[in-house]
Structure formats: structure tokens, C-alpha cells
Design a binder for this molecule. Sequence first.
Ligand SMILES: *[C@@H]1O[C@H](CO)[C@@H](O)[C@H](O)[C@H]1NC(C)=O
Ligand SMILES: *[C@@H]1O[C@H](CO)[C@@H](O)[C@H](O)[C@H]1NC(C)=O
Ligand SMILES: *[C@@H]1O[C@H](CO)[C@@H](O)[C@H](O)[C@H]1NC(C)=O
Ligand SMILES: *[C@@H]1O[C@H](CO)[C@@H](O)[C@H](O)[C@H]1NC(C)=O
Length: 261
Amino acid sequence: MSTPLPTFHNLRLSLSSTILILHLSNPPTNAFTTSLYTSLISALDYATSRNNLTCLLITGSGNYFTSGVDFIDQSENYNESIVKQFMLKFMNFPIPIIACLNGPAIGIGATLLYHCDYIFGSSTRNNGKRNYVLMPFTKWCLAPEFCSSVLLGRRMGVGTEMLLFGERVSIKKLADLGFLRTEPKYTPKTILNHTKEYIINNLSSHVHSRESAMLFVKLTRLKRNKDLRLEEVMNNEMKEIAKRVDRGEVREAVLKGFSKL
Ligand SMILES: *[C@@H]1O[C@H](CO)[C@@H](O)[C@H](O)[C@H]1NC(C)=O
Ligand SMILES: *[C@@H]1O[C@H](CO)[C@@H](O)[C@H](O)[C@H]1NC(C)=O
Ligand SMILES: *[C@@H]1O[C@H](CO)[C@@H](O)[C@H](O)[C@H]1NC(C)=O
Ligand SMILES: *[C@@H]1O[C@H](CO)[C@@H](O)[C@H](O)[C@H]1NC(C)=O
């Protein structure tokens, strides 16, 4: 038997074949708090140190993927240096990152998808309504984050709907655009199993799949990050976010809009 997986606050780890699964577990909506960011940093370090994984899978427990950063309690939950550490480790992660959207992906839950190598999504939520992705930055008086200003900012259409107008975009529409994969059989309860099965059947079945997958990441995501100088982009975005958080206007806007998520 292998050694037990480490345990973290607000984050559960599980292993399926050579896939390490991170389950965001901060009920009720898996909000990103400083403690969750810290756990994610440690989990990414752990995953990097373990040299026999073929991919990292990230999903949410319960009804949400994540509702993003809790800006209502800013002082507790927005430590710029920790957020930056998480983003750098995530975007530069050396093996494929796959997201499994069991529920809504909001704020950083949406922007982190642009740093994943593949995404699976359930088109419905546990309450039967449509599942969606949402970046409410303009509504919350925030700047785009996690390089979304560059990764989405130059795209008309759905990029503008998400980033400028802060509209919910349904999983169905994102699948039609080729952004993610959904199938009628994917429900919030079964999608993790379908995702694991898909990865095991298509990515983890060969002896050399880890090396091939790492090469893929190197030639695609890591190269893109370098070409677009995404670290610099991220730093500029964060300066803007910090200004707005300091002025208190974010808190006010979020308090008005939070109940509508
Ligand atoms: C993978 O690596 C971990 C620690 O790095 C070890 O505990 C585990 O037994 C290994 N699993 C396999 C299948 O080799
Ligand atoms: C943010 O976290 C760092 C640890 O990475 C710590 O040194 C610093 O004091 C924290 N800042 C605030 C404002 O809590
Ligand atoms: C997922 O798969 C596991 C093992 O293959 C099974 O025990 C479990 O019931 C499945 N869960 C769902 C929700 O289908
Ligand atoms: C990939 O996985 C899916 C789900 O298990 C399976 O239906 C499909 O046939 C697989 N593709 C290949 C090329 O094996």
C-alpha cells in the first residue's frame, strides 16, 4: 500500500489510478479563503513532489465548483502574496490540470479554467437549473484577475460577455464553443466518475503517458505563459485589484450582488 495522502483545511485529496484529485471543500459554496489558498499551495507542492502522477484533477464538493474569493470579509481572505503564490504554481504546474465543474464556477473559479488543460462540465446544477461560469469583476468593481485581461480580454463575443458585462455563460454554450466537454449523462453527482473514466481510458493507460503529457503541457500552456508574459500581466492586474479592495467599494458592490449568485 502507498503512503496516505496528506490532509488540508478546506481541501480534500483523493487518488484514482495516477490522477490526484483536489476536492474544494469549504461549504456551502467552496469560497476561496486564505486558508483554502494556503491548502492549495501545499497540495500543488505535494503533487509536484510525487513523480508518478499523470494529471491533476480539480473539482468542488457539494453544490458549487467555487463561488470565488469572499470579498465580504476582505481582510481575512485576500492576502495578495498568498494569492500570487497560488496563481504562479497553478499556471506553471508541470503536468496536465483538468477541471471538473460539478456546479457554478465564479470569479477565480472561472479564471483558473484558462490555466487548465481540459475541462469537463455538468450542464445542470444539483437544483436542476443550468450550470454556469461567471466573472463578476465589473459588477463587483474589481479588475480582471489571473491573466483573464489577456486570455479573454481581446476576444469579442463570449469573452466580452463574461469579462465586461459579467454575464453568466452556460456550460452548454461553452461546450458549443469548444471550451469544455459536456454530455447529457454528466450530472453534478456522476461527472467526477465520468471524468476519471475518460482520463484513465484516454490519458493514463500507457507507460509513457506521464512524459507525453508533460511534453504537451510544456509546448502549450507553459510556452503560452512565457510568450504572453503572463506573470507580468498577473502582477499588473493585482495592483488594480489591491487599489479597489483598499477603497472599500468592492465590499459594497459584493454585498449588493452576493444574494443573486
Ligand atoms: C507514487 O509515489 C508515492 C510517493 O511519492 C508513493 O507513496 C506511491 O507508492 C507511488 N505509487 C506508485 C504506484 O508507485
Ligand atoms: C500574507 O501572507 C504572508 C505569508 O505568505 C505573511 O507573511 C503576511 O504577513 C500576510 N499578510 C497579511 C496582510 O496578513
Ligand atoms: C463512482 O464510481 C465508484 C467506483 O467506481 C462507485 O463506487 C460510485 O458509486 C460511483 N459514484 C457515482 C455517483 O456514480
Ligand atoms: C476515451 O474515454 C471515453 C470514456 O471512457 C471512451 O468512451 C472513449 O472511447 C475513449 N477514447 C479512446 C480513444 O480510447
